[in-house]
Structures are given as C-alpha cells and as structure tokens.
Unconditional design. Sequence first.
Length: 252
Amino acid sequence: MARRTLIAGNWKMNLGPVGAEKLSMQLKSSLMDDQSVDFIVAPPFISIPAAVQKLQHTGILVAGQDLERAVSGAFTGGISGEMLREAGATHVLVGHSERRSIYGDTDQIINEKLHAAFRAGLIPILCIGETLEQRDSGQLELVLSTQLLSGTAGLQADQISTIIIAYEPVWAIGTGRTASPEQAQSAHAFIRSWLGDNLPSYVAQQVQILYGGSVKPGNARDLLSQPDIDGALVGGASLNAQDFKGIAQAIK
C-alpha cells in the first residue's frame, strides 16, 4: 500500500484563539475538497480547542507542538498528552530542533515523550536532523542514527510503524536556506534504510518521512517529488492558507 502524502503545519508561537479560528476557517475553505493529501496543523496549546472546533469534519487533524512526560503533577506550564487528547489533538510534535536547542530536550527526554504520546493515544511526529557543523564534519548519518535509536528505544515495532518522522536539517529551519532535493532525498533514504536494517521490513515501508526546513510553494514540487519524501513539515508558510495550499498543489 502506497504511503499517502502528508503536509503538516507547525504554527509555532503564533496565533492565539482568535487568529487560530480565522486561519482554520481559511484552511477549511481552501483544503477541505482535497482528498489526495492528508493535512495536520499544530497550533499553540491555547489555540488547539479553537482549531479543533473549526476543523471538525474536514479531515484536517490537529497536533500539539510538544508534551510533558508526566500525566499530571507539579509541572508549571506543562501540558500532558492526556490533556492534548482531551482538547481534540490526534498528533504531537516531539523533538523539534527548537525544543532541543532552546529548551534542552535531550535524546532521553525525547524518548520519554514518545512513550508519553503513545500512552495518551497520540501519534508522535518525531523530528530529527543535524546542525550545519555536524553536516560539514561528516556526522549526518551518525546524528540521524543516534536520534532514531535513542528516540525509539523501548517501543514496539508496531508502535514505531505509526510514528511520523520529520527530517529537519537544523541549518534550514527558518533561515530561508533549504536542502537541495538531492540532499533531502539522501537523508530520507538513509532514514528509511536505517528503519529497514533495525526493524521488521514493514516498518520502513509504512513510516511517513516528512521534510522540514523552509518549505514553500516555490520549492515544494522538487522536494516532494523525491521517492523517499512523503510530505512536508511546514513552518512559516503554514501561517498563510494560500501558501499552505500551494505546497499541497505543487505535488500534483
């Protein structure tokens, strides 16, 4: 069975409930009739209920941008997977480079968050990727394999087969720089090869691997036409309904 194309939008720290409601309505009118591509949006925590309400019955799913490892407790500012699920989210980003670099999420923390996502009944979108220094020093495959091995530790193959992996070269996130289609495909092919080498063969065939890193309508076609790139994790362009739609249309 062929993997479906998935376009996910990470709104980051943009759009409160009013703005989220407005953009969700625009996405509803723009994307609802497109049955050939799957869509997910990840609003800020406070805006998830507004997005869920406006996007119900559209097929556009809603994700959290992060989650706490615990179910509940004395974690001021934390949001658990169970809370995300109760608010209507179906997915959650785990290990985004900004969580790793700004908030200090280690591979161990990310592994615990993946387990927490499954505990809450959420589908994780695991973000992995290298810095420019790591790429230039020839550590790309080491970094990716380490992040994959540590991130999925203790999970069953059936669980890993449902994870969505987002390859994000850190040097291309929000910088305007984009990995070339060949660079992106090479990294995606390595990720799929690693899955095939370390897990039952069906896992590598089922897992959707997205490219994230300054994806825009103008570069989406060349990136998403690569055989191992199953979609995109979009940042800034996901805040504009027409740009988000344009990325999906570029595939066709």
